[in-house]
Design a protein around this ligand. Structure first.
Ligand code: HEC
Length: 183
């Protein structure tokens, strides 16, 4: 092989091997990551699962929009009858934080403010007209009502039946740390 062509081969191997080809215009070398993707809740309410599929955790009854839990959450008997079996001790709060960070922080931000700078999905929700700081209202709800909101979701918030019951209570306890109730 002549010297110049050996140099070309070396340049090609180096370029391909180090991923330089990715810098070329995507029209020439398309990469999977460039394809259009629709993110969860991008400008719309949660998606219903496709027909004839069963979501992990089983089929969840979502509360109808006219349920008293939405209309008048403070009076809803479904929430008031439930009693939180866990004291907000160290272990419960640590578990609640862990679950909150995993399941809730994407929309409600780690500190609960739903600040779009911290919570990637909050930005899409804000653009879609979502209430700016929905978690702030948690101070007005009983533990049972919060538990139910996690269990059943809200019109614009997914339901989380897959979070085990105990962990839902731990999240509720942690919400009380983020948004302490007066008195
Ligand atoms: C995909 C985004 C998203 C995730 C994830 C999410 N939420 Fe929400 N949440 C919302 C939106 C949007 C609202 C405002 C209510 C509405 O528009 O339906 C809301 C409202 C709430 C409210 C106030 C409800 C009311 O009636 O005032 C509570 C409490 C709440 N969320 C708790 C949680 C908890 C706890 C988690 C984690 C288990 C969670 N959320 C995960 C989007 C989300």
């Amino acid at each position: 092989m002549s010297r110049p062509s050996a140099l070309w081969v070396a340049a090609l191997v180096l370029g391909a091997g180090t991923g330089c080809w990715e810098q070329v215009h995507p029209k020439w070398f398309s990469a999977m990551k460039e394809q259009p993707a629709v993110q969860h809740q991008e400008g719309r309410a949660p998606w219903a699962p496709p027909e004839n599929t069963v979501p992990a955790g089983g089929i969840v009854p979502r509360l109808p929009a006219d349920s008293p839990l939405f209309d008048n959450p403070l009076q809803a008997p479904e929430g008031n009858e439930l009693v939180n079996p866990f004291e907000p001790g160290e272990a419960s709060l640590a578990r609640g934080k862990r679950m909150y960070d995993a399941y809730c922080a994407a929309c409600h931000a780690p500190d609960g403010t739903s600040n779009p700078q911290q919570a990637p999905v909050a930005l899409a929700l804000a653009r879609a007209g979502a209430f700016p700081n929905p978690l702030g209202s948690s101070v007005g709800y009983s533990d049972g009502q919060l538990y139910n909101k996690i269990r059943y979701g809200k019109p614009n918030m997914p339901a989380y039946p897959q979070i085990p019951s105990d962990d839902r209570w731990h999240i509720v306890n942690y919400l009380r740390v983020l948004f302490p109730r007066e008195g």
